[in-house]
Design a protein around this ligand. Structure first.
Ligand SMILES: [Fe+2]
Length: 217
């Protein structure tokens, strides 16, 4: 793979991160989501003592995981049903593949592309776009999947009020070993219990300090 030079690559990543962060211009429910997922993913990766470079790839994958949503039609963003009609579901399921194409064309690191492509795959093969099972799913994608789900559950959506962090952890544990890697779920729960959740109004200049004073009880 051809890599862009470092400063150009940094600019590309910053621009994409900004696009990902600002998806909420079209989807108000995603405000701050990309950034929070990147911080939660980084925290879990660091807790697992992964190499520094890998932690950075996972953080970046968390930031860019939904970049493929930029191609969504207004119908998808207007949808307020928990289970939308099939044509909208089909469009939603394309976003990991669209994200992969966007990043591939920009020659971003292949690990980051893989995490974006696989963040909706699930341990038991019930995910998408390929329905691959546990051992085939990259570790970074499994980490992002947990961070993504936790943040989605605790955020208000048109069809549901955001649940509490404690409720979200119960849901993650219920799906442990089915949708999510059980070892990672336990590590994530321990991380949240020890270091708390993020403020909902987390903005980019706070990314170096992803922790807030709230402690999960
Ligand atoms: Fe997604």
């Amino acid at each position: 793979m051809v890599h862009l030079n470092t400063s150009m690559q940094r600019n590309v990543i910053q621009t994409l991160g900004s696009i990902a962060h600002n998806l909420n211009i079209r989807d108000k429910y995603s405000e701050g989501h990309a950034l929070r997922v990147s911080v939660y993913s980084k925290r879990l990766a660091a807790r697992l003592n992964l190499p520094k470079e890998e932690i950075e790839n996972i953080r970046m994958g968390g930031l860019l995981h939904d970049i493929g949503k930029v191609g969504f039609s207004d119908n998808v963003f207007r949808n307020e049903k928990r289970r939308p009609p099939k044509e909208i579901r089909d469009e939603i399921r394309k976003h990991p593949s669209i994200g992969r194409i966007i990043l591939k064309n920009l020659h971003l690191l292949s690990a980051v592309i893989d995490y974006v492509y696989c963040h909706h795959e699930r341990e038991d093969g019930s995910g998408y776009p390929r329905g691959i099972i546990g051992e085939k799913i990259p570790l970074g994608a499994k980490i992002i999947a947990i961070a993504d789900t936790f943040d989605a559950i605790t955020t208000d959506r048109p069809y549901q009020k955001g649940r509490t962090p404690a409720e979200a952890l119960v849901i993650l544990r219920k799906d442990s070993g089915k949708k999510f890697d059980s070892r990672l779920v336990e590590a994530f729960i321990a991380e949240i219990e020890e270091n708390g959740v993020l403020e909902k109004a987390l903005f980019p200049d706070q990314t170096n300090n992803g922790f807030c004073s709230y402690k999960h009880k």
